[in-house]
Design a protein around this ligand. Structure first.
Ligand code: ATP
Ligand code: MG
Ligand code: FE
Length: 364
């Protein structure tokens, strides 16, 4: 099926078009620049930017794919989770298109769509290449999603109707921690790329920052799982960085920003990769897909790959433009639902800012 996907859960307005598992276009307009001076995404500004960007993004996507709205078999839209006002713009636009064209509409879970993107064919010019093989997901698949809004490890028994949350952050998302720490270090927004770059000049072993939720009382044992065995916490780490900076300043010493960046990054990446690999090993997961904006992080890719390899787990990493928020992933999951014979969502659903990951799409 030819599916148009719409994404508007955060600061990216995305429209993507796929035919089955083939990516035709992936057009994204980001309002990131408008949030820079605030040091984080401002929901009202993001919503307004989606309104401005939607029609041009849609037109560009259709043009690039060389198709018209009449050619499209179905429309898929992110209905949650995400920022309520931002989701509302995409959902209203999708409903309007569905009414105007008479095409079926699928209300899709953003997090599961991050995994669904791994099903697209790996044509180099299309930029997919997650290595999962077109349309065929490994039987024991996990997904590690690390972004500005989420840090989660999932087990995917069926991409269309059986997704389980194994672990997640109990406070800040990893990308959020990068952004907050970058602000403490005076590195600007978004913080991830700035810390990633600066960390290369620092010594990660110069300071030992805490690894949240790794104490025995949280971990329990493999049989008798602790309360947070596969969960993460990053808010203590952020506080530890702030204290560390204060201590250097109180002593009148120059703050070793590169060392702190490197040590912070090592703490984040260490605990993300170790807990993800543990969750995979203990749940029989043999293949894991990495997604979300923090998948751009060079150290996260490196350490996760090393640890997966040692544990006999295959790591799949889609190209970066498909890891960050985009419409192609929504279209990709929509196509899977259609091919699995699952019906559309109708026109009366509402966006759900806290849509659970176990809900892949909304029933009519
Ligand atoms: P969502 O959770 O809805 O996907 P989002 O829009 O915040 O939310 P993304 O756009 O996927 O998420 O990713 C943005 C986040 O990724 C930001 O927090 C940013 O700092 C982080 N990030 C980007 N590049 C890097 C990098 N190289 N290293 C670490 N973090 C990075
Ligand atoms: Mg974003
Ligand atoms: Fe996302």
């Amino acid at each position: 099926p030819l599916v148009l996907g719409i994404e508007s859960s955060c600061d990216e307005t995305g429209v993507g078009i796929v035919r089955g598992t083939t990516l035709l276009t992936n057009t994204v307009s980001s309002s990131m620049d408008e949030h820079v001076r605030f040091g984080g995404v401002i929901p009202e500004i993001a919503s307004r930017a989606h309104l401005d960007a939607f029609v041009p993004t849609l037109q560009e996507s259709l043009h690039e794919a060389g198709v018209t709205l009449e050619d499209i078999d179905a429309i898929a839209v992110t209905s949650g989770p995400g920022l309520a006002g931002a989701l509302m713009v995409g959902v209203c636009a999708a409903k309007a298109l569905a009414v105007a064209t008479g095409k079926p509409l699928y209300a899709i879970n953003h997090l599961v769509a991050h995994v669904g993107v791994g099903l697209l064919d790996g044509k180099p010019d299309a930029g997919a290449a997650a290595g999962l093989g077109a349309g065929q997901l490994p039987e024991n698949l996990g997904a590690l999603l690390v972004s500005g809004g989420h840090t989660e490890i999932l087990r995917i028994r069926s991409i269309t109707d059986d997704v389980e949350l194994l672990g997640s952050t109990i406070d800040d998302a990893a990308g959020e921690a990068y952004d907050k720490v970058a602000r403490i270090l005076g590195l600007g927004y978004p913080g991830g790329p700035a810390i990633d770059k600066l960390a290369r000049q620092g010594n990660p072993k110069s300071i030992r920052f805490p690894r949240g939720l790794t104490q025995p009382k949280y971990m329990g044992t493999a049989e008798d799982k602790g309360p947070h065995r596969y969960d993460w916490s990053f808010s203590g780490l952020k506080t530890a960085v702030a204290r560390c900076v204060e201590q250097f300043e109180a002593r009148g010493e120059e703050v070793p920003v590169a060392d702190i960046a490197a040590a912070f990054q090592e703490a984040v990446v260490d605990v993300i990769s170790s807990k993800a690999v543990l969750a995979c090993k203990e749940n029989g997961i043999t293949d894991v897909l990495l997604g979300g904006g923090v998948a751009a992080n060079s150290r996260l890719r490196e350490l996760t790959r090393q640890r997966c390899t040692s544990a006999g787990i295959t790591l799949h990493v889609p190209s970066l433009d498909l890891c960050t928020d985009n419409g192609a992933m929504v279209a990709a999951l929509g196509a899977q639902l259609i091919m699995a014979g699952i019906g559309p969502s109708g026109l009366t659903f509402a966006p759900d800012s806290s849509m659970p990951v176990t809900s892949v799409s909304l029933p009519a």
